[in-house]
Design a protein around this ligand. Sequence first.
Ligand code: 13P
Ligand code: SF4
Length: 333
Amino acid sequence: MKKSLDFTQGEISKLGYISTPVCNSIDLPKAIKKLKKEKNAVLLAHFYQDPSIQELADYLGDSLYLAQQAAKVEADVIVFAGVHFMAETAKIINPSKKVLLPDLKAGCSLADSCPPDDFAEFKKLHPNAIVVTYINCSAEIKALSHIVCTSSNAVKVIESIPKEREIIFAPDKNLGRYLIKETGREMILWDGACIVHEAFSFEKIVTLSKENPTAKFIAHPESESPILDVAHYVGSTSGLLRYVQEDKSTSYIVATESGILHEMQKRCPEKTFIPAPVEDDTCACSECAFMKLNTLEKLYTCLLYELPEIQLDAQLMSKARKPIERMLNLGRS
Ligand code: 13P
Ligand code: SF4
């Protein structure tokens, strides 16, 4: 068996994960549970992960819940089954822990839509504005922000800012537009978006709703305005999950990454959940390809070799920590 030292940082960053043959007779869920114990590791997983990974999680939730849990972890190792900005956030708020991400290439189109140099220039155009950034951004962008938010607490974060202050909101223009409507606050928006939530088709959703007249349509606020305007409920992944449990209807058309349907079906086995249709019938566009880069096999090798590890510059972490802490101190909505 190879040792961790046999893998160079260059190799790992090129591929994104540890590439080594895994014997196909291994019972991966069992081996992962055993490694978690041996390494004193906790597994944090987002609702968009493959169900096989969600089932192994010590903590399963939305970005806010996972950030809150990451801050409290006492174990030696955090394995983050999510995307890069989530693991990075965990490292920033709990820097003494070893934070592992099964595939370093598990990025995020929203985070990528906001390059730090361009954002720094944009910020200079509005020197008096308070900068609010959605957690789906890089550590460099967080370091340029006053406060971070997630889709669970964005309204609360915006409302915590004095009325007379100008606000820059980045990187998601769709969430930004939704927040302008919800809070009545004008905001200067960065032009970023999520490829998964922008793939939903308004026309097909309307047609599907007509075919299923008793189904309620629910959506994540990263979706485009016309879609949000026709939704019975708009909320973060945990908000959507809460809604389907409390609401009396028996079927729902769900406009967010389809991984959430696993937990919805588990919590409401008698209800029907239909993934919202996307423009392009030939792709699995309602799946986040970044989230789905994590696999059981990569999770296993990641725990075994304790690689790939999130490593960040101490100064950058200290700048990015303050806006995250401001958000955590405000709590949920
Ligand atoms: P949540 O904040 O609802 O977990 O959403 C995270 C995300 O990446 C949405 O695309
Ligand atoms: Fe990023 Fe969109 Fe994937 Fe969420 S679903 S991680 S916003 S690309």
